[in-house]
Design a protein around this ligand. Structure first.
Ligand code: MGD
Ligand code: MGD
Ligand code: SF4
Ligand code: MO
Length: 748
C-alpha cells in the first residue's frame, strides 16, 4: 500500500531567523521542505540551508551511535558502556586534579536547541568548574556587556524595529547572507525593500560592498576596526550641531554630558582619514538620522568581533538614544518575549555587580564575562601546568578546533587533553579528540522552541514545533544524554531512575523559586499544585510549558485564563503572533539608577586604548571574515547540496592590490599573520576595499581522523590559523576582523 504524504510544520533550528518550514514526509522519508506561508514572521521565506535539513537528516556520516575511541579507531558501543566510560574518564581527571580541571566548551547550536538552553547549563553548574568557554566570546559578548552597563541586564539588547523605521543604518552585518543575528527577522531583503518602498533610507557601513550593501541607498566602505571613530564623529556632530533630541527619554537618561566630553576630540575631520569616510559623509549620516522621524542603527559581527567591540556597540546605543530613537516605534526597541525577558519580577542590578571580572583566568588573568572565560584563553588553560589546568573537556555542539582564534594552537592543545567527551552529530575536527562521543538526534527528531532567539525578535512571536520523526528506539534525547552524564558525575544517590530524578528536581526547583518571587504572576501559589498541573509532561516540554505559563503572555496557572500554554501552541503549529514591539522604558531598565546609563565608566575609559591604537598606524593589509548563504559556521560542509558549485573558500582582494602583488584570480597566495600562515586562491573582487582581504571561516576540513567525506573533498583553508588569540576587545571577545597580515604571491 502506498504510504500517504504527511505535512508537518517546524521552526528551522539552523540560524537566528527562525523560519517556519512546511515539511512533507512519506513514512520515514522527507520528500519536500518548503517555507511555511502561514508562519507569522517568515511568511513562506526559507534559505537553502533550511531545505538542506533533509540531507542533514539522511547524511550517512552523521553519528547515530555512541562511540568510544581506541587509539585512532572508533568503536560503536552501547549507551551504558559509553556513559560508564565517560564517567570513569571525567571522574578520574576530577579526582586527580580538582573541579576546575574539567573544562567545558559550548558551541553555537546550543542556542538553537531546547536541551542546550534548558539542561546543559545545569550540567555545567554541577561541575563547579571555572573553565567554561563558549562561542559567545567570539560573537556577541560586547552586546551583552554594553546592555548590562547601559540598560541593567545582559539581555537588554535593543533590536531595530525594522518594519516601521524610516532610516536604517547597518554597520558590520550582512543580514541578506547571514539572515540576521541578534535580530530575528527572516527575509531581510523584503523587509529592507519595504522600508525603501515606504520612502525610507537604507545605509550600510562595511569594508565590503556585500549583497546587503548592494541593496543600500548609501554604502560607505570603512577601514576595519575603526567604527568607533566613525561613530564618535557622528556623536560629535550631534552635539556640535545641536541635533540631540532625547524626547520622551529626557528623564530616563544619565550621562549625556559625559558622552559629549568623550566625543569632544573626535570631529568628523579628526576621524575621517582613519576610518576613510569623508567628514561630510559622517555629518550627513548624523543629520539624516536626526531629521528622520524614526531611525535605527544596528551593528553585528563586524562591530562586535573587533578590537573595539564594546566601545562600538556602546556608541551604537548612544546614537540611537541621542536621536530619540531608543525605545521608540521605528527606532530600536526592547522585546517582550514570551519567556526569558525582563518582567515585573526582575530585580534591578545592584551597584557594582556586573557579569564581568568576578574572577580571572589562571594563566593570563583574563576577566570572566557572563560566567565564562573568553575562548581566546582556552589553549592557555589547557597547555599551562599547575593547579586548575584543564585536563579533561566536555564539548557540546561546538567545533572550536576550527572556529576559535589561533586554531592551530588550540588543535594541538585539544590533542594533549587527558580525557574528552563530546555531544555532537559529527566526528569532526574537534570531536576527533574525544574519547567518547554521544550522538545528538537529528533536528527532525527533536521538538523545538527558540528560547534564545525570540528574545531578539522584531515582533513578539511564540512558536513551538513537535519533532517530525519519533526518536529511533536506539537513540536518546539530547536532554536525556545530558542528565545521564550529570547523574554519572554526581555523588548523590538519585535512585533507580536518575534521569527522571534530576528532571523532577529541576522543575521542582524552578517552580519553588518562582512562587517565592514578588512580582511573579504565581507569587504565593502552592508549588505542589503547579507541579501537579505540569506532571503530564516531562523533559524540555515540561520546563517550557512552565516558562510560557508564568511569562508575560502566559495563563498564569489560572490567573489569566486566556493566556498561553504549551498545549495552546501545540494546537497552533504555524506559531502565534503577539504583535509588534512596544515601548518598555522605564520598566525594562534594571540599572541601579533605573535610568539609561549613557556613559558607563568602564567603556568610556576604553576610548584611551582606541586613541593609542590610532597612533600606532596600520598594517598594509587587513584580513576580515565573510559568510556565505550556503554555509553555517563550520558544520554544514558535509552536505553536497550546500558545497556544490565553485570553490567559495577563496581570498578576496581588490584589483589594485592584485596588480601590486602581480596576482590574477586563481593564483595562489600566502597569507601570514603573527599566529601562522596559510595558502589560498586569490579571487579578485572590486566589491572589497583596497588594503582589505577576506576569507570565510569554518573551513579547513583536511585534518586526519574525522568522518565527513563530503567536507573533506571541499576542505578549504581555516581562516582562524591567522586570527590572534592574544588580541581581544574590552569584554574579552575575540578579534576576528581587522587582522594585520602580510601577503606573498606564490610563484608556480
Ligand atoms: N574567523 C572567524 N571565526 C569565527 C567566526 C567568524 O566570523 N570568523 N564566527 C564565530 C561565531 S559568530 C560563532 S557562533 C562560532 C561558532 O563556533 P562553534 O559553535 O564552535 O562552531 P560551529 O561550526 O557552529 O560548530 C557546531 C558544532 O555543533 C554540532 N552540532 C550541530 N547541531 C547539533 C545539535 O543539534 N546538537 C549537538 N550536540 N551538536 C550539534 C556540529 O556538528 C558542530 O560540531 O564561530 C566563530 N568563529
Ligand atoms: N549563511 C550563514 N548564515 C549565518 C552564519 C553562517 O555561518 N552562514 N552564521 C550565523 C552566526 S553564528 C552569526 S553570529 C551571524 C552573523 O551575522 P552577521 O554579522 O550579519 O554576518 P557577517 O557575515 O559576519 O557580517 C559581518 C560584516 O561585517 C563586515 N566587517 C568586517 N569587519 C568590519 C569592520 O571592522 N567594520 C565594519 N563596519 N564592518 C566589518 C564584513 O564585511 C561583513 O559584511 O550569522 C549567522 N548566520
Ligand atoms: S534563514 Fe535560517 S532559519 Fe531560515 S531557513 Fe535558512 S537557515 Fe533556516
Ligand atoms: Mo555566531
Amino acid at each position: 500500500m502506498e504510504k500517504e504524504t504527511v505535512v508537518s510544520y517546524k521552526t528551522c533550528p539552523l540560524c537566528e531567523a527562525t523560519c517556519g518550514l512546511e515539511i512533507h514526509t512519506v513514512g520515514k522519508n522527507v520528500v519536500d521542505i518548503r517555507g511555511d506561508k502561514l508562519d507569522p514572521l517568515s511568511k513562506g521565506y526559507l534559505c537553502p540551508k533550511g531545505y538542506s535539513l533533509k540531507e542533514l537528516h539522511d547524511d550517512p556520516d552523521r553519528i547515530r551511535k555512541p562511540m568510544i575511541r581506541e587509539g585512532t579507531l572508533w568503536r560503536e558501543v552501547s549507551w551504558t558502556e559509553a556513559f560508564r566510560e565517560a564517567a570513569k574518564g571525567l571522574r578520574s581527571v576530577r579526582e586527580k586534579y580538582g573541579s576546575s580541571s574539567l573544562g567545558v566548551y559550548i558551541g553555537n547550536p546550543s542556542a538553537h536547541t531546547l536541551a542546550g538552553q534548558l539542561y546543559f547549563r545545569q550540567l555545567v553548574r554541577s561541575l563547579g568548574t571555572k573553565n567554561v568557554f563558549s562561542a559567545s566570546t567570539m560573537d556577541q559578548v560586547p552586546k551583552h556587556l554594553a546592555a548590562e552597563l547601559m540598560f541593567g541586564d545582559v539581555i537588554n539588547i535593543p533590536v531595530p524595529d525594522i518594519d516601521r523605521t524610516d532610516y536604517l543604518m547597518i554597520i558590520g552585518a550582512n543580514p541578506l547572507v547571514s539572515n540576521g543575528s541578534m535580530m530575528t527577522a527572516p527575509n531581510m531583503r523584503k523587509r529592507i525593500k519595504d522600508l525603501q518602498n515606504r520612502g525610507g533610507k537604507f545605509v550600510v557601513i562595511d569594508p565590503v560592498k556585500t549583497i546587503t550593501a548592494q541593496q543600500a541607498d548609501v554604502h560607505h566602505m570603512i577601514r576595519p576596526g575603526t567604527d568607533a571613530l566613525f561613530l564618535l564623529g557622528i556623536v560629535h556632530t550631534l552635539f556640535k550641531e545641536e541635533l540631540i533630541s532625547l524626547e520622551r527619554l529626557a528623564h530616563h537618561v544619565n550621562g549625556v554630558e559625559e558622552v559629549r566630553k568623550a566625543a569632544s576630540d573626535f570631529s568628523p575631520e579628526a576621524v575621517s582619514s582613519l576610518c576613510e569616510i569623508e567628514a561630510d559623509d559622517i555629518r550627513e549620516v548624523a543629520r539624516d538620522m536626526a531629521a528622520s522621524p524614526k531611525a535605527a542603527v544596528y551593528g553585528r559581527m563586524g562591530t562586535c568581533t573587533q578590537l573595539f567591540g564594546t566601545v562600538t556597540t556602546w556608541l551604537i546605543n548612544v546614537i540611537n538614544t541621542l536621536t530619540g530613537n531608543l525605545d521608540r516605534e521605528g527606532g530600536v526597541m526592547f522585546t517582550n518575549p514570551v519567556t526569558g525577558g525582563v518582567t515585573a519580577s526582575s530585580k534591578r542590578r545592584k551597584e557594582g555587580s556586573i557579569h564581568f571580572g568576578r574572577f580571572h583566568s589562571r594563566t593570563r588573568s583574563v576577566p570572566e564575562v557572563l560566567g565564562e572565560l573568553p575562548v581566546n584563553t582556552m589553549a592557555d588553560e589547557i597547555e599551562n601546568p599547575g593547579e586548575g589546568q584543564v585536563k579533561g573537556l566536555l564539548s557540546f555542539a561546538g567545533n572550536p578546533a576550527l572556529s576559535a582564534p589561533n586554531s592551530r594552537r588550540l588543535q594541538k592543545a585539544l590533542g594533549q587533553l587527558d580525557f574528552m567527551v563530546s555531544i555532537d552529530i559529527y566526528l569532526n575536527e574537534t570531536t576527533r579528540n574525544a574519547n567518547v562521543i554521544f550522538p545528538a538526534p537529528s533536528p527532525l527528531e527533536k521538538e523545538h522552541y527558540d528560547l534564545a532567539l525570540y528574545k531578539f525578535s522584531v515582533r513578539n512571536i511564540s512558536n513551538y514545533s513537535k519533532s517530525i520523526f519519533s526518536l529511533p528506539s536506539d537513540m536518546l534525547n539530547e536532554w536525556e544524554i545530558i542528565l545521564h552524564l550529570m547523574a554519572e558525575l554526581s555523588d548523590e544517590d538519585l535512585g533507580k531512575d536518575p534521569v527522571e530524578a534530576l528532571d523532577t528536581n529541576l522543575i521542582t526547583a524552578m517552580v519553588t523559586k518562582e512562587v517565592k518571587k514578588t512580582g511573579s504572576p504565581i507569587f504565593e501559589y502552592e508549588a505542589e499544585e503547579i507541579l501537579e498541573e505540569l506532571s503530564k509532561r516531562k523533559g524540555p516540554s515540561r520546563l517550557l510549558d512552565f516558562l510560557i505559563r508564568v511569562g508575560p503572555y502566559g495563563d498564569h496557572f489560572g490567573r489569566n485564563p486566556e493566556g498561553l500554554t504549551l498545549a495552546y501552541l501545540e494546537e497552533h503549529p504555524h506559531g502565534v503572533d503577539l504583535g509588534p514591539l512596544k515601548p518598555r522604558i522605564p520598566e525594562v531598565l534594571l540599572t541601579p539608577s533605573g535610568k539609561v546609563e549613557l556613559a558607563p565608566e568602564l567603556i568610556v575609559r576604553d576610548i584611551e586604548r582606541l586613541r593609542q591604537k590610532c597612533a600606532e598606524g596600520r598594517s598594509k593589509y587587513m584580513l576580515i571574515g565573510r559568510r556565505d548563504l550556503r554555509s553555517n559556521n563550520s558544520w554544514m560542509h558535509n552536505l553536497q547540496g550546500l558545497v556544490k558549485g565553485k570553490d567559495r573558500c577563496t581570498l578576496w582582494l581588490h584589483t589594485k592590490d592584485a596588480q601590486q602583488l602581480g596576482l590574477s584570480s586563481g593564483d595562489r597566495v600566502k597569507v601570514i599573520s603573527r599566529t601562522g600562515e596559510l595558502q589560498a586562491s586569490a579571487e579578485i573582487n572590486d566589491n572589497i576595499m583596497p588594503g582589505v582581504i577576506s576569507l570565510p571561516h569554518g573551513w579547513g576540513h583536511l585534518l586526519s581522523g574525522t568522518r565527513m567525506e563530503t567536507a573533506s573533498k571541499h576542505a578549504g583553508v581555516n581562516m582562524n590559523i591567522l586570527t590572534d588569540d592574544l588580541e581581544a576587545d574590552l569584554s574579552g571577545n575575540a578579534v576576528l576582523n581587522g587582522i594585520p597580515v602580510v601577503l606573498e604571491p606564490i610563484s608556480n
